[in-house]
Design a protein around this ligand. Structure first.
Ligand code: EPU
Length: 337
């Protein structure tokens, strides 16, 4: 365990000046049990569990304890024919995990390459990109209940996964810390090329039948052509969720805006929030030191020295304007602290 001095910066990819009363880094599950057994005071304070802070906007000093799982390890736990179960520790960097699987010939995670964050945060947020979501490859999630110290495993179904959503953002929020995630992968490479932009990028690169590495490299390049690199520009990736509207609402919008971008889903249409924000005139604009990224309007960025309040002010202004122009209410995907 490593406890940092008060005032230690809480990691966050937005590059916001975040601090907490206490910041504790935990290196293995035994250490977590020791802390929960010996330092009851932690449980009396407000708790916040942070991975890489890639989906968080800090607007204030956090008056409590931040816990960060920094455990490591990736191992094949079961093999049956082509089917594999692979366990990765919560503290592993997500992209290192994806690349490690590719190198081992364990397939299924390729489309989720280059997503910032840690393995432990992936089920909380149900990260997704390029046609798949973490829920499609998660078998189960191992956790420790903070109040009791009991280990608890959530099956895929028990995680109540939704679009950028899970039980860990609702009933179980703040009560369980993810210690590792078990993924269902395969020895067989069956590439998922359904997302139009992937098919186009592979055709342009002359790679109709990519190897796993070629697929991952093509997707990573596509990602970085639209999203800012965390080491260069602070952001939380997509700031808003793509909103779902009824078929009726979509037809009305399409009649007024024939080029609106939307995808049919079970309960209506999912609108491209990036399109709405861009066409409301926000792409590339700034409010204070917070801005809307020039290449992807769904991404809010830190123009340098930005505060969390400035990000929220920009977000509120965009939400109000998109609501006024399109009658659609955007919801932040990022968690505002
Ligand atoms: N679009 C615009 N203007 C923009 C941005 C997008 O018109 O400024 C329209 C374009 O028509 C584009 C469409 O929106 O074709 C979709 O854009 P993109 O492929 O970039 O995907 P997205 O819906 O904006 C989602 C995820 C991303 C994920 C990509 C790729 C959400 C909230 N975001 O973005 O996830 O990487 O798809 O699968 O669902 C994240 O969650 O942090 C994230 C980056």
């Amino acid at each position: 365990m490593k406890e940092c001095q008060p005032g230690h910066r809480v990691p966050n990819t937005f590059g916001l000046p975040a601090t907490a009363d206490r910041y504790i880094e935990i290196h293995d599950v035994d250490e977590l049990h020791d802390i929960l057994n010996s330092q009851f005071s932690i449980l009396n304070s407000q708790l916040l569990i942070v991975g890489a802070g890639s989906n968080m906007v800090f607007t204030r000093h956090f008056p409590g304890t931040v816990l960060h799982m920094a455990n490591r390890g990736i191992r094949l736990v079961k093999e049956h024919g082509d089917d594999l179960l692979v366990e990765a520790a919560a503290g592993e960097v997500w992209d290192d995990f994806v690349r490690h699987c590719i190198a081992q010939g364990w397939h299924g995670a390729e489309n989720l390459v280059a997503i910032p964050g840690t393995v432990g945060a992936a089920p909380v947020q149900n990260v997704g990109a390029y046609g798949i979501e973490a829920k499609d490859i998660i078998h189960e999630v191992h956790t420790v209940e903070l109040a009791t110290g009991h280990e608890h495993t959530f099956s895929n179904a028990e995680c109540h996964f939704g679009y950028r959503d899970s039980i860990f953002k609702h009933e179980a929020a703040g009560q369980f810390i993810v210690t590792s995630v078990v993924f269902r992968l395969s020895r067989t490479f069956a590439p998922n090329l359904g997302y139009r932009a992937i098919a186009e990028a592979l055709t342009a690169a002359g790679l109709p039948s990519p190897t796993p590495v070629q697929l991952a490299d093509t997707i990573a390049a596509l990602r970085w052509s639209k999203l800012p690199r965390p080491e260069e520009t602070g952001s939380a990736g997509s700031f808003f969720k793509n909103p779902v509207v009824t078929t009726e609402q979509y037809e009305t919008l399409r009649a007024q805006h024939p080029d609106i971008v939307a995808f049919p889903v079970a309960d209506g249409y999912k609108l491209a929030a990036g399109w709405l924000i861009e066409h409301a005139g926000w792409k590339g604009r700034s409010l204070g030191r917070a801005g809307v990224y020039e290449k992807q309007a769904l991404v809010l960025v830190n123009r340098g020295g930005c505060s969390g309040d400035e990000v929220v002010a920009l977000s509120d202004a965009i939400i109000a304007d998109v609501r006024a122009k399109y009658g659609v209410t955007l919801t932040p995907e990022a968690i505002i602290i």
